[in-house]
Ligand binder design. Structure first.
Ligand code: ZN
Length: 353
């Protein structure tokens, strides 16, 4: 199994998922907010000879376009377009496969996804490829039928573009970029196999989808003990679909949200049950902050003076943003080394000549 390096979609994307699931490894899906974070992800993937998922939330996309951008909705759309074009241009040169994805879109963000599909259709007309490999629609807070029906509508738009849809059943705890769940019932925090079967019945005849299933996972990092991960929940959904459709093992392509801070043994177990993607955001955010904090501590006067008032030392070489932003990038790469290793993805790129 080998595909061309660069952004993958359609059949190449399915080939990549198959490699992950058969090899019992997963790809980190790393949230980005600008070129620094994108480039750090590409650098980490190349360094680890691993394929990777670059994803942006609506807030990340808005930041990518610029916080001073006059219109917030347009910034979310154009920022996501700019990020995708940046990756399309550069990814193949890093020699690995890259999946481009947008993160949580709840009901009020459906217009964001539709606007991105407008851009995706234009990009497809021009290049024969979709702008994004996948989008996520997170309607897990809606009634099940509403969730599934809207996912079906969006998936129908995506199929001609060779795209795939990530859906969510059950609710990920915590909050990601304003899409949150502090007030939901406890049983909603665990995906119900019957719901999964219903979604599969509707969506699988239309096109390819992946499923963010809830098994006690929570966005963000919490004190140990506050999160009870139960990966065996994933197995129940896999078994039901496998039995009903007479498929091989792990027919569902599962996504693990809220991966930051998770116990390594539970990650390991989730890989056995068909998880091919684990989201990581909080841990890479902290890695960047930690590195910049350390840099400032080591060069305190360079952040106060251009030239030292006591001894005329020029500090240009220390306050140059390429120094402290690079420190953030380097530490993000180091944190991603760990993520690739945790997910058993190191050295597994399927990118070939
Ligand atoms: Zn999430």
């Amino acid at each position: 199994m080998s595909v061309k390096p660069g952004v993958v979609s359609g059949e190449d994307y399915k080939t990549l998922l198959k490699a992950c699931k058969e090899g019992k490894y997963a790809l980190p899906a790393v949230n980005v907010v600008g070129t620094n974070t994108v480039n750090a992800v590409l650098e980490a993937a190349a360094k680890n000879k691993a394929d990777v998922i670059v994803q942006v939330s609506n807030g990340g996309a808005e930041f990518y376009a610029g916080k001073g951008f006059p219109d917030s909705f347009q910034a979310k759309v154009l920022g996501a377009v700019a990020m995708a074009k940046h990756v399309h241009l550069l990814a193949e040169h890093y020699g690995v496969c890259v999946v481009l994805h947008t993160d949580h879109a709840n009901k009020k963000l459906i217009p964001w996804v539709d606007a991105l599909l407008d851009h995706g259709e234009a990009h497809h007309k021009e290049t024969g490829k979709p702008l994004y490999s996948t989008h996520m629609l997170d309607l897990s807070e809606e009634e099940l039928d509403d969730n599934i029906n809207e996912c079906a509508r969006v998936l129908k738009r995506m199929v001609p573009l060779d795209m795939s849809l990530e859906i969510e059943l059950g609710v990920t705890g915590g909050e990601e970029d304003g899409v949150g769940s502090d007030h939901v019932d406890n049983d909603k925090l665990y995906t119900q196999p019957a719901d999964v079967l219903k979604a599969h019945d509707t969506l699988s005849p239309i096109g390819h989808y992946s499923l963010a299933a809830s098994f006690g996972n929570v966005h963000g990092v919490y004190k140990p003990g506050n999160v009870q991960l139960r990966p065996e929940i994933l197995k129940n959904s896999q078994s039901l679909v496998q039995e009903r459709y007479q498929t091989g093992e792990n027919p569902l392509d599962l996504v693990f949200h809220g991966g930051s801070g998770s116990e390594k043994a539970k990650i390991d177990e989730a890989l056995q049950y068909g998880v091919f993607k684990m989201n990581i955001d909080t841990d890479t955010q902290f890695a960047q902050a930690e590195a910049v904090g350390k840099y400032v501590d080591e060069h305190p006067r360079a952040f106060k003076y251009q030239i030292d008032p006591d001894d005329d030392t020029p500090y240009k070489k220390q306050y140059d943003p390429r120094k402290w932003l690079r420190a953030a990038e380097e530490h993000m790469v180091t944190r991603l080394d760990e993520a690739f290793a945790d997910l058993k993805a190191t050295g597994k790129t399927i990118a070939g000549a």
